[in-house]
Design a protein around this ligand. Structure first.
Ligand SMILES: O=C(O)c1ccc(O)c(O)c1
Ligand SMILES: [Mg+2]
Length: 610
């Protein structure tokens, strides 16, 4: 598959966009006219720069409102096209995208429309250029690709063909399979989008995503394109408000990653087939010299023990039941944060090879004598992902301390939650679905005191769960903390764990009394059970199938690290999202030490005016 990207998909100047596309390995670009008009580069210079970067200019776009019921206006359209065709040649390109008309003067008769497009194709052919006619989903007369293709067939001009764009096809709910039967497919654009119930034009102009980030079945679309015999580039055209303001280099990597993954979905075997990770090996917390004692105290009061010390010092292994937490004291900046996810894998090197093909940066740690070589990647948010095989065992890097864990009660890591920068949510999701082969869950939106927090959990077949959270922009603007990162430990008896935790000097995050009153009203819980939950600050949820979720949170060590302990009963599959607003409000009342953004105490001391 030859890959291309429309310059409108990336931020920056035209030359920055071209450099980013080339660095991410694209074969070609679509030049979006406004990018050229705003550029100091003349078309021939754009051609030269693209050539130097190894990029073809596959298409120039868009040519809008080509037809007109007014003959004088139709003649002006042909004249306008003559200029743009000459410019397209200067760009080193021979294809112009022509959008179906949206203006009041649009022709509504197919024969007349075909006649006007034929006249335009004659003009284009005279300049050595071809036209790819695209049905915009909000076109005045032509909005469906099959209608567009019929008009192209009516015109019967060799320089006139069809452009399909997955957004316009799938946003309307049209069947993409008929693309397989198109005989003059000149160009193919792909974009995904979240399934939003909104008007198609603003949906298209603001919310498009790279394939795999939204809800469209792009593999089916792409299989139909392949079946048509189309051999041109597959080009990403992603109008997206956040990517438009993101670093173009990183956005281009997401773009290329999404296309490589789509190619593999369409033709399996394009990427190395890697078995997905089989479970958690460890989670790693990076702590500063100041934060490390607080992390150690927290893990200790949960009943974990420091059972291993790294051969090179400064790194401890804490274990308890089937949970392993590595605490790395080498970190400088933060008090504590989740820094690395250790995933068990039967084929770490195959996973690493696949990750490399998906442009995930591999990091090489220095490996000392007796230490395991663990292939490691960096996720978009900077978290490391390490693939741990059985042989050699990563645990060999740690020398036994002789200490033994007191708690056997943890059955494993239930999930981790990673806070994301506002513009990084979709990027991190794409990493988890493509590189780690995880499946996205529903988007949850919860109201926090300072705005909305969006959260999406990703799961793997082996039961690995990773939740991504993104905090409200308003919180960012006000300098308040975003949703914090944490690890959730699984147990079969959360009430016993919390009691032991408190007895060992641990502090659960206090939950307001109102919360448990409401639980009683909603679920009609047994009074003694409810009292136990209330006494220990344990939260509760129940799903429609009767599955139950009991969980508590520890006080936060830092803005980016606390521990949750969860008990799932009866196949509960969620994360207690209904309780998240209460947790976020409680964390605001009881901020982590050193969290300078101020919390509830300042609020509480403020005079309340009527
Ligand atoms: O939103 C638009 O106007 C527009 C322009 C060109 C395209 O290819 C497209 O899909 C949409
Ligand atoms: Mg398009």
């Amino acid at each position: 598959m030859r890959t291309s990207i429309a310059t409108v998909s990336l931020a920056g100047s035209l030359s920055e966009k071209l450099r980013a596309a080339a660095a991410a390995g694209f074969d070609a670009v679509e030049v979006f006219e406004p990018d050229l008009l705003a550029s100091p580069l003349r078309p021939a210079e754009v051609r030269a720069l693209a050539g130097d970067l190894g990029l073809a200019v596959a298409l120039f776009q868009p040519f809008r409102d080509p037809d007109d019921v007014d003959p004088a206006a139709a003649a002006r359209s042909r004249e306008r096209l003559r200029h743009k065709a000459a410019l397209t040649r200067e760009l080193g390109c021979d294809l112009i995208l022509v959008c179906s008309s949206v203006h009041a003067g649009a022709v509504h008769d197919d024969d007349e429309l075909a006649a006007q497009l034929t006249a335009l194709a004659d003009v284009a052919a005279g300049e050595g250029v071809r036209l790819a006619y695209e049905a915009l989903a909000w076109g005045a007369h032509v909005a469906d690709y099959r209608h567009g293709a019929r008009v192209v067939a009516l015109a019967g001009h060799p320089a006139l063909g069809t452009c399909v764009d997955s957004f316009h096809v799938l946003s309307r709910g049209d069947d993409p399979d008929d693309i397989a039967g198109l005989d003059k497919l000149f160009f193919c654009q792909v974009a995904d989008a979240p399934l939003l119930g909104m008007d198609v034009l603003p949906w298209s102009r603001h919310h498009r995503l790279f394939p795999g980030q939204g809800g469209f079945d792009l593999a089916r679309f792409q299989r139909a394109v392949t079946a048509s015999g189309y051999g041109g580039p597959v080009s990403l055209e992603v109008f997206n408000d956040l990517y438009r303001q993101s670093d173009p280099g990183r956005a281009a990597v997401d773009a290329a990653r999404s296309l490589r993954h789509l190619a593999d979905l369409t033709a399996p075997g394009t990427l190395p087939a890697a078995p997905s990770p089989s479970g958690w090996a460890f989670v790693e917390v990076a702590a500063s010299a100041e934060g490390a004692p607080a992390v150690a105290a927290l893990l200790g009061s949960l009943g974990l023990a420091r059972t291993g010390a790294h051969r090179r010092g400064d790194v401890d292994l804490w274990t308890g039941g089937d949970v392993r937490v590595v605490v790395n004291h080498r970190a400088s900046a933060e008090r504590a944060r989740l820094s690395s996810l250790g995933l068990r894998s039967d084929a770490p090197q195959v996973l690493a090879a696949r990750a490399r093909e998906l442009l995930a940066p591999l990091v090489h740690r220095p490996v000392g004598p007796g230490e395991a070589e663990i292939p490691s990647l960096v996720a978009p948010d900077g978290t490391w992902v390490q693939f741990c095989g059985d042989d050699p065992d990563w645990r060999g890097d740690f020398l036994p301390t002789g200490e033994a864990a007191t708690a056997r009660s943890f059955t494993g890591i239930d999930h981790v939650a990673l806070p994301q920068p506002f513009a990084g949510f979709d990027s991190a999701g794409l990493f988890l679905t493509t590189v780690l082969g995880m499946s996205p869950g529903e988007l949850a939106e919860v109201a926090a005191p300072d705005g909305l927090v969006r959260s999406r959990a990703y799961t793997s077949t082996a039961g690995i769960r990773i939740a991504l959270n993104v905090g409200p922009t308003s919180a960012t603007l006000r300098g308040r903390p975003l949703a914090s990162g944490h690890v959730a430990l699984a147990t079969t008896d959360v009430l016993a764990v919390v009691a032991a935790f408190v007895a060992a000097g641990g502090e659960p995050l206090p939950v307001p009394v109102n919360y448990h009153d409401d639980l009683q009203a909603r679920f009609g819980l047994d009074k003694r059970f409810l009292d136990a939950l209330r006494r220990h600050h344990v939260l509760y949820d129940r799903d429609p199938d009767g599955g139950e979720f009991l969980h508590f949170f520890t006080r936060a060590v830092s803005r980016e690290f606390f521990v949750e302990v969860v008990e799932r009963r009866g196949g509960y599959r969620g994360y207690g999202a209904a309780n998240t607003p209460v947790r976020l409000a409680a964390q605001r009342e009881h901020p982590a030490p050193g969290d300078g953004s101020g919390g509830g105490s300042a609020q509480g001391s403020r005079t309340i005016r009527p």
